[in-house]
Design a binder for this molecule. Sequence first.
Ligand code: NAX
Length: 327
Amino acid sequence: MKAPVRVAVTGAAGQISYSLLFRIAAGEMLGKDQPVILQMLEITPALNALKGVAMELDDCAFPLLAGMVCTDDPNVAFKDADYALLVGARPRGPGMERKDLLEANAAIFSVQGKAINDHASRDIKVLVVGNPANTNALIAQRNAPDIDPRQFTAMMRLDHNRAMSQLAEKTGKTINDVKNVIIWGNHSATQYPDIHNTTVDGADAMGLIDQAWYENDFIPTVQQRGAAIIEARGASSAASAANAAIFHMRDWALGTPEGDYVTMGVYSDGSYGIEEGLIYGYPCTCKDGDWTIVQGIETNEFSREKMAATENELKEERDAVKDLLPA
Ligand code: NAX
């Protein structure tokens, strides 16, 4: 058996974590041979609820669960962490403007970024799930100057999975037939689901559907899927979000399949003309615990316009919190 690794999860008593923690402890994220120690962070009023979650984790008798820490102190939660899933965030309250939401979250993610910088493993892999995920990831990253910025990522995988499933359904194929979907940009309604390079059972996806369906049906359905889930379920996506977090971390740690790529919100190196330093959804392959942006993908004018629109939103989000970002 391998030595245990430390996995920090924030918002650990929330609804996404109620699915996520159990799957991590079952070995679905890092493999069935990798013991884990869960380091769970909550705000003080939720510590009792967190205790209940920890009791249930105990009662699962997971062979791979080598230990648990429950805390309201980020310095404890991130101590020696090898992985961190930052799920807890401040939801939008009544009358709250977008700028207020960005600022409230900036306060949370700057504290957590500093705690990661001061206490986590130097090789930590960080995934930000809590919204606005891309900008929260940027804030955490900028507050952790001693950690390579490439180690901070944002979750675009739920959007990626949603796009795959919509396309499989439309073409009468299965998820296993769909390859090379991309969600460019921000995890928000400006995201750009791009299937110009996608294949379905080996055939060019754009040849299987018509442009009107792509523009008027597919793109808005993927962009608005979160709202549709809230409308139907009366609560936001939880199990599917946890699943996407598991897939994101699993692929990053263990590698993407040959011949396919996945969408990750990663530190832009300027690829595809996107401003360097933004956390932007890009097609990535992963190998040996590292990710690479897939290069050389053709983008037409339609795509470039949409990629720029979502980039602009990310710049606006960053500018709204720029006073809180260290130089
Ligand atoms: P819940 O409100 O059920 O849980 C959030 C938990 O975070 C709460 O228990 C709260 O006490 C805790 N929390 C708040 N501030 C904290 C802090 N400073 N430190 C530690 N814990 C803290 O929300 P849930 O449904 O689990 O969603 C969590 C986040 O994921 C939200 O921001 C949500 O918008 C976001 N999502 C992101 C998605 C993505 O694709 N990137 C999709 C799903 C989801 O909407």
